[in-house]
Design a protein around this ligand. Structure first.
Ligand SMILES: Nc1ncnc2c1ncn2[C@@H]1O[C@H](COP(=O)(O)OP(=O)(O)OP(=O)(O)O)[C@@H](O)[C@H]1O
Length: 252
């Protein structure tokens, strides 16, 4: 039995207009691992994530969850195992109220009555959004939408949590709270982000994508200390690792 929960092998994706967004991507994620996928704009991060729950299917190569390849016949199983928080919360929220949006997934899994109510309340509480249950999602602020989108995924108790730029649009308090939530999430997680300070706190391992290929894969701190690699991939060291510009102290 494989100790990897997710395996990506020689993944290649070409969009209909001919853009080769992923050229050859391979890496695996173990049970309980926290992995960041970072890279400059257009490196292929969102395209990669879209393959993890079968939203996109590869031109060649394979994604396996456990032992099961993600293809048309296994989509349902993949989407149950992989909880995906999309880049744009509007892609995730489509019901008349926040409550219904968060209840949608667990209801499809067969939850009803008090069990369903408890599950929704718990997911909303984890993102500090219980007070929003009766609101229409399209009336929420950007940060509130993002928190509710995360709740729609947590309510499904996924084995792998996948988040595309989760701290986008969050105020400092909500960002801090999200970092706490991600640290508490005991299962495997994969996060893409340009918020490298968050990555440093949450993910012990980082995969660097550049022009559709894996340019580096290793311990996050090691990756962030490699200035030549960061420069080459159009990335910058997290602010918390840069010395204080005033007194010249700090940095790691
Ligand atoms: N639907 C599409 N059709 C054609 N090309 C696309 C499509 N979606 C993305 N691309 C292209 O694929 C490449 C990878 O895009 P992707 O969105 O995966 O990058 P990213 O690393 O997530 O970027 P960002 O940091 O800007 O979100 C880019 O060159 C982009 O222009």
């Amino acid at each position: 039995m494989s100790h990897h929960i997710l395996e990506i092998e020689h993944l290649r994706h070409v969009y209909p207009d001919g853009t080769e967004a992923l050229r050859d991507v391979s890496f695996s994620v173990r049970h309980g691992e926290s992995v960041a996928v970072i890279g400059a704009n257009g490196a292929g991060k969102s395209t990669l994530l879209a393959h993890l729950n079968g939203h996109l299917l590869p031109h060649s190569g394979e994604v396996r969850i456990g032992h099961v390849p993600v293809d048309r016949s296994t989509l349902q199983e993949a989407r149950r195992t992989v909880g995906m928080v999309f880049h744009d919360p509007d892609d995730q929220l489509f019901m008349p109220t926040v409550y219904e949006d968060v209840a949608f997934g667990p209801m499809n899994l067969g939850l009803t009555g008090d069990e369903l109510k408890r599950c929704v309340a718990q997911a909303l509480r984890r993102v500090d959004a219980e007070h929003l249950a009766g609101k229409a999602p399209y009336h929420l602020s950007a940060g509130e939408k993002r928190r509710v989108a995360i709740a729609t995924v947590l309510s499904m108790s996924p084995d792998i949590l996948v988040m595309d730029e989760p701290t986008n649009g969050l105020d400092p308090y909500a960002r801090r709270q999200l970092i706490g939530l991600l640290k508490d999430f005991r299962h495997s997680k994969i996060v893409t982000s340009h918020d490298l300070d968050m990555v440093l706190e949450v993910c012990e391992r980082t995969v660097v994508l550049s022009q559709g290929v894996v340019r580096a894969d290793g311990p996050t701190l090691e990756i962030f200390r490699d200035e030549a690699l960061l420069r080459e991939c159009r990335l910058e060291m997290p602010l918390s690792m840069q010395g204080c510009p005033v007194c010249g102290t700090g940095g790691r």
